[in-house]
Ligand binder design. Structure first.
Ligand code: TDO
Length: 184
Protein backbone atom coordinates (compact mmCIF):
# COMPACT_ATOMS: atom_id res chain seq x y z
CA UNK A 1 0.00 0.00 0.00
CA UNK A 2 1.17 3.52 -0.68
CA UNK A 3 2.50 5.69 2.09
CA UNK A 4 0.60 8.97 2.44
CA UNK A 5 2.43 11.81 4.16
CA UNK A 6 0.97 15.10 5.33
CA UNK A 7 2.97 18.24 4.58
CA UNK A 8 3.24 21.50 6.55
CA UNK A 9 0.53 22.99 4.30
CA UNK A 10 -2.90 21.72 5.35
CA UNK A 11 -4.55 19.53 2.73
CA UNK A 12 -1.38 18.97 0.68
CA UNK A 13 -0.31 15.32 0.59
CA UNK A 14 2.75 13.51 -0.65
CA UNK A 15 2.19 9.95 -1.80
CA UNK A 16 4.84 7.23 -2.05
CA UNK A 17 3.47 4.23 -3.99
CA UNK A 18 4.77 0.77 -3.19
CA UNK A 19 7.24 -0.26 -5.89
CA UNK A 20 7.58 -3.94 -6.82
CA UNK A 21 10.99 -4.59 -8.35
CA UNK A 22 11.94 -7.85 -10.05
CA UNK A 23 14.27 -9.10 -12.77
CA UNK A 24 12.05 -7.54 -15.48
CA UNK A 25 11.93 -4.09 -14.02
CA UNK A 26 9.33 -2.52 -11.73
CA UNK A 27 5.59 -2.28 -11.17
CA UNK A 28 3.66 0.34 -9.25
CA UNK A 29 0.15 1.65 -8.92
CA UNK A 30 0.41 5.21 -10.22
CA UNK A 31 -3.07 6.31 -9.18
CA UNK A 32 -5.75 5.06 -6.80
CA UNK A 33 -8.80 7.12 -5.87
CA UNK A 34 -8.76 5.60 -2.37
CA UNK A 35 -5.36 7.18 -1.54
CA UNK A 36 -7.23 10.47 -1.28
CA UNK A 37 -10.63 9.14 -0.27
CA UNK A 38 -9.12 7.70 2.92
CA UNK A 39 -8.05 11.25 3.73
CA UNK A 40 -11.59 12.54 3.10
CA UNK A 41 -10.68 14.02 -0.29
CA UNK A 42 -13.07 13.36 -3.16
CA UNK A 43 -11.91 14.71 -6.49
CA UNK A 44 -13.03 14.09 -10.05
CA UNK A 45 -10.03 14.08 -12.37
CA UNK A 46 -10.99 15.19 -15.89
CA UNK A 47 -7.74 16.13 -17.65
CA UNK A 48 -4.29 14.50 -17.77
CA UNK A 49 -1.23 16.46 -18.94
CA UNK A 50 2.31 15.55 -19.87
CA UNK A 51 5.30 17.80 -20.50
CA UNK A 52 8.96 17.25 -21.18
CA UNK A 53 11.53 19.77 -19.98
CA UNK A 54 15.25 20.06 -20.29
CA UNK A 55 17.44 20.28 -17.23
CA UNK A 56 17.53 23.88 -15.99
CA UNK A 57 13.95 24.73 -16.97
CA UNK A 58 11.51 26.47 -14.63
CA UNK A 59 7.74 26.26 -15.32
CA UNK A 60 5.36 28.26 -13.13
CA UNK A 61 4.10 29.48 -10.83
CA UNK A 62 0.61 28.84 -12.25
CA UNK A 63 -2.99 28.63 -11.15
CA UNK A 64 -6.46 28.95 -12.69
CA UNK A 65 -9.11 31.15 -11.12
CA UNK A 66 -12.59 29.88 -10.23
CA UNK A 67 -14.72 28.52 -11.80
CA UNK A 68 -11.80 26.80 -13.56
CA UNK A 69 -9.68 26.24 -10.44
CA UNK A 70 -7.72 23.00 -10.64
CA UNK A 71 -6.57 20.55 -8.01
CA UNK A 72 -3.53 18.67 -9.35
CA UNK A 73 -1.92 15.31 -8.75
CA UNK A 74 1.61 15.59 -10.09
CA UNK A 75 4.51 13.20 -10.62
CA UNK A 76 7.61 12.58 -12.69
CA UNK A 77 7.95 9.50 -14.92
CA UNK A 78 11.48 10.30 -16.07
CA UNK A 79 14.12 12.50 -14.47
CA UNK A 80 13.94 14.74 -11.43
CA UNK A 81 12.27 18.03 -10.54
CA UNK A 82 11.91 20.34 -7.58
CA UNK A 83 8.16 20.79 -7.30
CA UNK A 84 7.00 24.02 -5.66
CA UNK A 85 3.61 25.23 -4.49
CA UNK A 86 2.57 28.54 -2.95
CA UNK A 87 -0.46 28.73 -0.68
CA UNK A 88 -2.84 31.39 -2.07
CA UNK A 89 -5.94 30.23 -0.17
CA UNK A 90 -7.68 33.30 1.17
CA UNK A 91 -8.35 32.05 4.69
CA UNK A 92 -5.32 29.81 5.07
CA UNK A 93 -3.11 30.18 8.14
CA UNK A 94 -0.17 29.50 5.83
CA UNK A 95 -1.20 31.96 3.10
CA UNK A 96 1.90 33.13 1.23
CA UNK A 97 4.04 30.16 2.35
CA UNK A 98 5.60 27.78 -0.09
CA UNK A 99 6.38 24.08 0.07
CA UNK A 100 8.88 22.32 -2.16
CA UNK A 101 9.79 18.69 -2.60
CA UNK A 102 11.78 16.56 -4.99
CA UNK A 103 9.72 14.41 -7.35
CA UNK A 104 11.66 11.85 -9.33
CA UNK A 105 11.49 8.61 -11.26
CA UNK A 106 13.33 6.70 -8.53
CA UNK A 107 10.95 7.42 -5.66
CA UNK A 108 7.93 7.62 -8.03
CA UNK A 109 6.37 9.98 -5.49
CA UNK A 110 3.33 12.18 -6.17
CA UNK A 111 2.15 15.49 -4.76
CA UNK A 112 -1.56 16.18 -4.31
CA UNK A 113 -2.18 19.94 -4.59
CA UNK A 114 -5.70 21.17 -3.77
CA UNK A 115 -7.22 24.22 -5.46
CA UNK A 116 -5.97 27.55 -4.17
CA UNK A 117 -2.26 27.04 -4.84
CA UNK A 118 0.16 28.34 -7.43
CA UNK A 119 2.25 25.47 -8.79
CA UNK A 120 5.57 25.21 -10.57
CA UNK A 121 8.70 23.14 -10.86
CA UNK A 122 12.36 23.37 -11.77
CA UNK A 123 14.06 20.61 -13.68
CA UNK A 124 17.09 19.05 -12.02
CA UNK A 125 17.41 16.20 -14.57
CA UNK A 126 15.63 16.18 -18.00
CA UNK A 127 12.09 15.34 -16.97
CA UNK A 128 8.80 13.99 -18.22
CA UNK A 129 6.19 15.49 -15.91
CA UNK A 130 2.71 13.97 -15.76
CA UNK A 131 -0.33 15.22 -13.87
CA UNK A 132 -4.04 14.92 -13.38
CA UNK A 133 -6.33 17.96 -13.06
CA UNK A 134 -9.86 18.40 -11.73
CA UNK A 135 -10.77 21.07 -14.26
CA UNK A 136 -10.11 21.74 -17.92
CA UNK A 137 -7.43 24.13 -19.13
CA UNK A 138 -8.91 27.59 -19.54
CA UNK A 139 -6.54 30.18 -20.91
CA UNK A 140 -8.64 33.16 -19.79
CA UNK A 141 -8.65 32.10 -16.15
CA UNK A 142 -4.91 31.46 -16.02
CA UNK A 143 -2.90 33.38 -13.45
CA UNK A 144 0.55 33.25 -11.95
CA UNK A 145 3.07 34.45 -9.43
CA UNK A 146 6.59 35.44 -10.40
CA UNK A 147 8.86 32.45 -9.83
CA UNK A 148 11.71 34.53 -8.40
CA UNK A 149 9.70 36.94 -6.25
CA UNK A 150 12.32 37.94 -3.65
CA UNK A 151 9.64 38.00 -0.94
CA UNK A 152 9.00 34.30 -1.51
CA UNK A 153 12.70 33.51 -1.65
CA UNK A 154 12.34 30.08 -3.25
CA UNK A 155 15.60 28.22 -3.87
CA UNK A 156 14.89 26.59 -7.24
CA UNK A 157 18.25 24.80 -7.31
CA UNK A 158 18.96 25.96 -10.90
CA UNK A 159 20.99 28.88 -12.27
CA UNK A 160 19.83 31.09 -15.19
CA UNK A 161 16.80 28.91 -15.90
CA UNK A 162 15.18 28.25 -19.25
CA UNK A 163 11.78 29.91 -18.77
CA UNK A 164 8.90 30.97 -21.02
CA UNK A 165 8.25 34.63 -21.80
CA UNK A 166 4.91 34.34 -20.07
CA UNK A 167 6.52 33.09 -16.86
CA UNK A 168 8.90 36.05 -16.69
CA UNK A 169 6.00 38.50 -16.44
CA UNK A 170 3.71 37.30 -13.66
CA UNK A 171 2.88 39.53 -10.71
CA UNK A 172 4.65 39.11 -7.40
CA UNK A 173 2.86 37.98 -4.26
CA UNK A 174 2.24 41.52 -2.98
CA UNK A 175 0.62 42.53 -6.28
CA UNK A 176 -1.44 39.34 -6.24
CA UNK A 177 -2.71 40.13 -2.73
CA UNK A 178 -3.64 43.67 -3.74
CA UNK A 179 -5.63 42.56 -6.78
CA UNK A 180 -7.26 39.34 -5.60
CA UNK A 181 -9.14 40.38 -2.45
CA UNK A 182 -6.61 38.56 -0.29
CA UNK A 183 -6.41 35.25 -2.14
CA UNK A 184 -8.02 32.61 -4.31
C1 TDO B 1 -1.44 23.78 -19.38
C2 TDO B 1 -1.99 23.64 -20.82
C3 TDO B 1 -1.36 24.25 -21.88
N1 TDO B 1 -1.86 24.14 -23.13
C4 TDO B 1 -1.14 24.80 -24.25
C5 TDO B 1 -1.04 26.31 -24.15
C6 TDO B 1 0.31 26.62 -24.73
O1 TDO B 1 0.21 26.86 -26.12
C7 TDO B 1 1.14 25.36 -24.51
C8 TDO B 1 2.14 25.49 -23.38
O2 TDO B 1 1.44 26.01 -22.26
P1 TDO B 1 2.19 26.53 -20.97
O3 TDO B 1 3.40 27.29 -21.37
O4 TDO B 1 1.20 27.24 -20.10
O5 TDO B 1 2.65 25.15 -20.28
P2 TDO B 1 3.24 24.93 -18.83
O6 TDO B 1 4.12 26.07 -18.48
O7 TDO B 1 3.81 23.58 -18.76
O8 TDO B 1 1.93 25.02 -17.93
C9 TDO B 1 1.77 24.15 -16.84
O9 TDO B 1 2.72 24.52 -15.84
C10 TDO B 1 2.64 23.76 -14.63
C11 TDO B 1 3.66 24.33 -13.68
C12 TDO B 1 1.27 23.67 -14.08
O10 TDO B 1 1.04 23.72 -12.88
C13 TDO B 1 0.20 23.41 -15.08
O11 TDO B 1 -1.08 23.56 -14.50
C14 TDO B 1 0.34 24.27 -16.30
O12 TDO B 1 0.05 25.62 -15.95
O13 TDO B 1 0.21 24.31 -24.24
C15 TDO B 1 -2.99 23.42 -23.38
O14 TDO B 1 -3.45 23.31 -24.57
N2 TDO B 1 -3.63 22.79 -22.35
C16 TDO B 1 -3.16 22.87 -21.06
O15 TDO B 1 -3.77 22.26 -20.14
Amino acid sequence: MAEIKKTPLAGVLEIFPKVFNDQRGYFLESFRADWLEKEGIHETWIQDNQSYSQKGTVRGLHFQRAPYAQAKLVRVVKGKVLDVIVDLRKDSETFGSFYSTILDSEQHNLLYVPTGFAHGFSVLEDAIFVYKCTNYYNKESEGGILWNDPNLGIDWMVNNPIISEKDQKWQNLEEFKATSEGGL
